[in-house]
Design a binder for this molecule. Structure first.
Ligand SMILES: [Zn+2]
Length: 162
């Protein structure tokens, strides 16, 4: 598996900033985006639970759904979903079904669970997204975890972290 590119890291840091913005707007501190192979950002979303009370409004799921509506499979195979935290089972499933070819993530699900504990609004599914993708019939390249300490900044104090 190739390493993250400087472009991946720049897009990841953009997601971390967007996660902070989502938090300031009253949502959970997560964000994701879809980029093409040149690094152009095609879609961007923050978590929308606070806005919608939709517990399935995870940032990656929103990006995957819009991606599938707007772009064909051929294009999405060459795109990357960049996300501040590892896609949960639902979001990995949405990424798979949208046909997005590559995922880059910051904080791992396991680390997130360790850090926030059993918060009622985020009973983290401690399941690697690679396990979900490995069960599929189409390859999804995964790079992560990356920059976990930076990824955690948006979560500090939000889930009653010290
Ligand atoms: Zn999710």
């Amino acid at each position: 598996m190739p390493d993250a590119t400087p472009q991946d890291l720049a897009l990841l840091r953009r997601c971390f900033a967007a996660a902070e913005a989502a938090r300031k707007a009253g949502n959970h501190p997560f964000a994701a985006l879809l980029a093409d192979e040149t690094g152009a950002v095609l879609i961007e979303a923050g978590n929308a639970f606070g806005d919608t009370h939709d517990a399935t409004a995870h940032a990656e799921r929103l990006v995957a759904t819009e991606a599938s509506r707007r772009f064909g499979a051929e294009r999405l195979r060459r795109c990357t979903l960049v996300t501040s935290a590892e896609p949960c089972a639902m979001c990995a499933g949405a990424t798979y079904w949208a046909g997005i070819g590559r995922v880059v993530y910051g904080l791992s699900e396991h680390r997130l669970k360790e850090e926030i504990g059993p918060h009622p609004e985020n009973l983290t599914l401690d399941l690697p997204c690679r396990t979900v993708f490995a069960a599929g019939q189409r390859e999804v390249a995964v790079i992560g975890p990356l920059l976990e300490e930076e990824a955690l900044v948006a979560h500090r104090g939000f889930w009653a972290l010290p």
